[in-house]
Design a protein around this ligand. Sequence first.
Ligand SMILES: *[C@@H]1O[C@H](CO)[C@@H](O)[C@H](O)[C@H]1NC(C)=O
Ligand SMILES: *[C@@H]1O[C@H](CO)[C@@H](O)[C@H](O)[C@H]1NC(C)=O
Length: 367
Amino acid sequence: MASSVVVSWMVLGLFMAISTTHVEAAGRAFFVFGDSLVDNGNNDYLDTTARADSPPYGIDTPSHRPTGRFSNGKNIPDFISDALESEPTLPYLSPELNGDKLLVGANFASAGIGILNDTGIQFINIIRMFRQFEYFEEYQSRLADLIGEDEAQRMVNGALVLITVGGNDFVNNYYLVPFSARSRQFNLPDYVRYLISEYSKLLMRLYELGARRVLVTGTGPLGCVPAELAMRSPSGQCDPELQRAAALYNPQLLEMVNGLNSQLGTTIFLAANTQQQTINFISSPGAYGFSTSKIACCGQGLYNGLGLCTPLSNLCPNRDEYVFWDPFHPSQRANGIIVDMILKGSAEHMSPMNLSTFLALDATTKT
Ligand SMILES: *[C@@H]1O[C@H](CO)[C@@H](O)[C@H](O)[C@H]1NC(C)=O
Ligand SMILES: *[C@@H]1O[C@H](CO)[C@@H](O)[C@H](O)[C@H]1NC(C)=O
């Protein structure tokens, strides 16, 4: 399965302050890039084991059927689409993504991928970042055929973009096996620096492709997910090595995004460091109405953290009481809380403003 991971707690936004384009608050297009946390079903169209296409995935959707999302219901992009008053983004590979549906945006994410091309190699046929960007270019020419070059450009510039990637570069690469190739090549601090420098290239590429409002998420509490507790830390304490990786990575990501903003000139930096919230979320699940943050709702073995979520797995009766739906991915309810923090977070979590404030601001910058 998609051991592609990771709760995204630290959310950074990168966007241009001054816009000369006409942007509407509602109906804004939405583009999504990244891994299983944000894949709306692309992998269902691929020959890969990294997929969420069997029950009980999707059990809490109206149809109660799997949708390709790694959730019991909605994922992070779905809640953002709700906030944009849009329909959910279709997977780019969906045959339904045609005609007017192109105006909603598109989801290019693919479970299992990472910043690096060699991340998730065990999943074989997945859409790596460079390929997601090629599809984005292809999308833009299809859009231009539909509404014309200028309008297409305006739509892309005015769109909200979400990118969630990086967790797999740790769990499905550096720490996948003892003495992995990358861990022999780099010590952890050097590996983190390498990832950050490759990530900055990805963000600049997005900018070149016309993205002007980009939410960038950091890695979550890598060492605290049920899968890692089961494999590395049976006592139930978050695994210190993976937590060290996240602690090195997240601040450098923030710094890098900051740097790109100043490099690009007239940018305003929108960042959320929800580190404190994270700690609360994991250590005081009760404060958020959860009964556990250690045990996955769907899975088997210790903490339900082992193997896949399948019809044969244990399944909890009340999904809303669980932070984690499967061994790696948040439940629908947890995803909603994460997006709430992105939208409404106070200044200490989203700086200099939250996404709601930003979207409202943005809608008034019409010329
Ligand atoms: C990933 O592969 C693509 C296509 O081969 C290549 O253009 C790109 O530079 C590679 N990225 C990294 C980080 O090596
Ligand atoms: C967003 O941030 C602003 C400024 O910090 C704050 O006043 C507001 O309550 C937050 N929430 C919303 C929904 O705007």
